[in-house]
Design a protein around this ligand. Structure first.
Ligand SMILES: Cc1cc2nc3c(=O)[nH]c(=O)nc-3n(C[C@H](O)[C@H](O)[C@H](O)COP(=O)(O)O)c2cc1C
Length: 147
């Protein structure tokens, strides 16, 4: 579809940069939450969160990167989030994808895709397809709302 809006990805990535590498392969607009201006901004439409999980080592300490929490402190950002993509490592067992899954569960938004570390080429390809389908669904929703 010509002129269809591409849902932007807001991502967090630590110094190891695995999520950043994956994000760079998505071939769409990606915004880095480690940038102060980005995490303090307010979204102007639907967006998708891409986050790693970090288990801090105790049961009730959160696994959510602080930059992600800061961005989600905005009610408008929370409202306009349409899905979550997670990067994790299966070595963390029951905590696999804990942060991403927790955000999805609390917000009632779907986990769109999960991958390990910086993902494989197949992961990138599948994720791009999922995001294209999402763009299309959002486009249809937008037109229905205006009809
Ligand atoms: C200290 C530490 C704790 C982690 N905790 C988890 C975890 O609880 N669950 C999980 O699925 N992955 C966990 N991981 C794996 C990271 O989420 C994964 O490697 C991710 O790709 C890192 O992305 P980044 O390099 O962009 O920060 C942890 C990694 C580290 C180094």
């Amino acid at each position: 579809m010509v002129g269809m809006r591409e849902t932007p990805i807001y991502f967090y990535s630590s110094a190891s940069g695995l999520v950043r590498r994956f994000a760079g392969h998505l071939k769409r607009e990606v915004r880095d939450l480690s940038d102060h201006d980005v995490r303090n901004s307010v979204t102007d439409g639907p967006w998708v969160l891409l986050t790693p999980s970090y288990k801090a080592g105790n049961g009730d300490n959160d696994t959510l990167p602080k930059a992600v929490l800061k961005f989600l402190a905005s009610a408008q950002n929370r409202r306009q989030m349409v899905g979550v993509i997670g990067s994790g490592n299966r070595n963390f067992g029951e905590h696999y994808q804990a942060a991403a899954r927790q955000i999805a569960a609390r917000s009632g938004r779907p986990m769109l895709f999960e991958f390990e570390l910086s993902g494989t080429q197949e992961d990138v390809a599948r994720c791009r397809e999922i995001l294209e389908e999402l763009d299309q669904q959002l486009e249809e929703r937008h037109h229905r709302q205006r009809a």
